[in-house]
Design a protein around this ligand. Structure first.
Ligand SMILES: Cc1cc2nc3c(=O)[nH]c(=O)nc-3n(C[C@H](O)[C@H](O)[C@H](O)COP(=O)(O)OP(=O)(O)OC[C@H]3O[C@@H](n4cnc5c(N)ncnc54)[C@H](O)[C@@H]3O)c2cc1C
Length: 427
């Protein structure tokens, strides 16, 4: 593997050291396209694929290397529905819209499964998700979620787990129960991303790495983006920068906040360690969520410890402590990799899609739920541009408020709020 060090995220990831990542050229001259996609993560690559397949001339630029953002270094868990429970979406938008958003997420899931299979992407897709409860008092709520998913949302792949089943499936007695979801799964995100890039390039999208958009201007009815090395002129621009584009646009900065999330990979564990024997992925009920799964070579990939400042701190030490809380017999386990990335969250934990000015759209803010949703949102953007359907408007119609506090106070206020919630997790 190459020795490339990403300038935008702390730590070398397990994925980076085990997945071959082809390089794409820098832009060196002026390029013309119908659509310029800014950002080479799931959203941008998926948009580029579906635009190119619809015959649209598309150029994608990535400031660093494809996957250096969240898409190449995340937990790989697909999940079901939106980031918040359907009941929470209902409280904000009513049942009909909540159901529409749930159905859209189900389509997103089906889309990802089909896309991986149809394009022969070795994404290490495995099925099964456990959502487990770290406080006994949350059990009735989780039981209620299962009932609501089945009866109100027609989603039958879930079941409630008691403490015994939870312990058996996790290989840990630290949780009180939870939900088993057989209808979703987890992937190796960097393998998926490399596959997406291959499909985008072979579909005709022009892809440029190490090409950061510095600014844009309007010229003769077109949008011209200046990068460090050359210019791109396009009729339309998609900002698919998620948490990694501060300074590009005020509305994105106000609505999508970066928070750090960190993952550690253990050395390969023996089967006798008994961790997640069924191979499911797991997330827990903490506000500062812990999420973990096993890699194909039997490592525990354990995510947790969010940070609300740019300080990553000693990732390994914190992650090892959290692993030992769930799996006491793994106390002192060696981590071969520890890394972090920025999750782009919104106030409602629902995606932020907006037309920023004529021809300029942003799609992002998946709030830790982008493995499935970002891939689909990119396709929905392409559908809109190609004039087929406009399902992206379902997301665009969401009334996502900006974070309070303005440019200066936004980050400190979020830090305070998150600190309070993480304290509550522990009480
Ligand atoms: C540690 C971690 C764990 C996560 N775990 C999960 C999980 O288990 N399940 C899940 O569903 N989601 C998870 N997420 C979230 C998920 O990874 C994201 O929602 C998703 O990858 C967002 O994809 P994206 O394409 O919108 O953005 P990104 O993948 O972040 O891509 C944005 C890209 O834009 C580029 N960019 C920014 N500015 C410019 C510019 N000016 N010019 C050119 N390029 C630019 C950046 O370099 C970056 O590569 C996790 C995220 C992190 C960080």
């Amino acid at each position: 593997m190459d020795s490339y060090v990403s300038p935008i995220a702390p730590g070398r990831s397990y994925y980076q050291d085990t997945v071959e990542r082809p390089r794409y050229p820098r832009i060196e001259e002026r390029v013309d396209a119908d659509v310029l996609v800014v950002g080479g993560g799931f959203t941008g690559l998926s948009a580029a694929i579906h635009l190119a397949r619809a015959g649209v001339d598309v150029a994608l630029v990535e400031a660093h290397r494809l996957g250096d953002g969240a898409s190449g270094r995340n937990g790989g868990q697909m999940g079901t529905g939106q980031r918040i429970w359907p009941g929470e979406v209902e409280a904000l938008y009513g049942f009909e819209r909540s159901k529409a958003l749930f159905d859209l997420a189900e389509e997103a899931k089906a889309h990802l499964f089909e896309f991986i299979a149809a394009n022969d992407i070795d994404a290490e897709l495995r099925m099964g998700q456990l959502s487990v409860v770290h406080k006994r008092s949350y059990l009735p709520e989780y039981r209620g979620q299962v009932e609501a998913l089945k009866s109100r949302y027609g989603y039958r792949s879930v079941g409630f787990m008691d403490a015994g089943e939870t312990a058996e499936r996790l290989g840990s007695t630290r949780y009180f129960g939870g939900i088993r979801d057989d209808g979703t799964g987890h992937v190796n995100p960097l393998k998926l991303l490399v596959g997406l890039a291959r499909v985008a390039a072979s579909s005709g999208a022009k892809i440029f790495e190490e090409t950061k958009v510095l600014s844009t201007r309007r010229e003769s009815g077109r949008i011209v983006a200046t990068t460090e090395h050359g210019e791109i002129s396009a009729e339309r621009v998609l900002y698919a920068v998620n948490a990694y584009g501060p300074g590009l646009d005020k509305a994105i900065d106000a609505h999508v906040m970066p928070i750090g999330s960190f993952i550690g990979a253990t050395e390969p564990l023996p089967e006798s360690a008994g961790v997640l024997p069924g191979g499911e992925a797991c997330d827990d009920s903490r506000f500062v969520v812990r999420y973990f799964r096993k890699s194909v070579d039997n490592r525990l990939l354990f995510g947790g410890r969010e940070a609300y400042t740019s300080e990553a701190g000693d990732i390994s030490r914190h992650i090892r402590k959290q692993i030992a809380e769930v799996y006491p017999h793994l106390k002192g386990v060696r981590l071969t990799h520890a890394w972090g990335g920025s999750v782009g969250i919104t106030m409602q934990r629902l995606p932020f899609v907006r037309t920023l000015s004529p021809g300029v759209t942003t799609v992002g803010g998946f709030s830790g739920h982008g493995v499935m949703l970002a891939n689909f949102a990119g396709r929905l953007y392409a559908e809109r541009i190609a004039g087929n359907r406009d399902r992206l408007s379902e997301f665009e119609a969401l009334d996502i408020p900006s974070f309070p506090g303005g440019r200066r106070l936004r980050a400190p206020l979020l830090f305070l709020a998150m600190t309070w919630f993480s304290l509550r997790d522990r009480i």
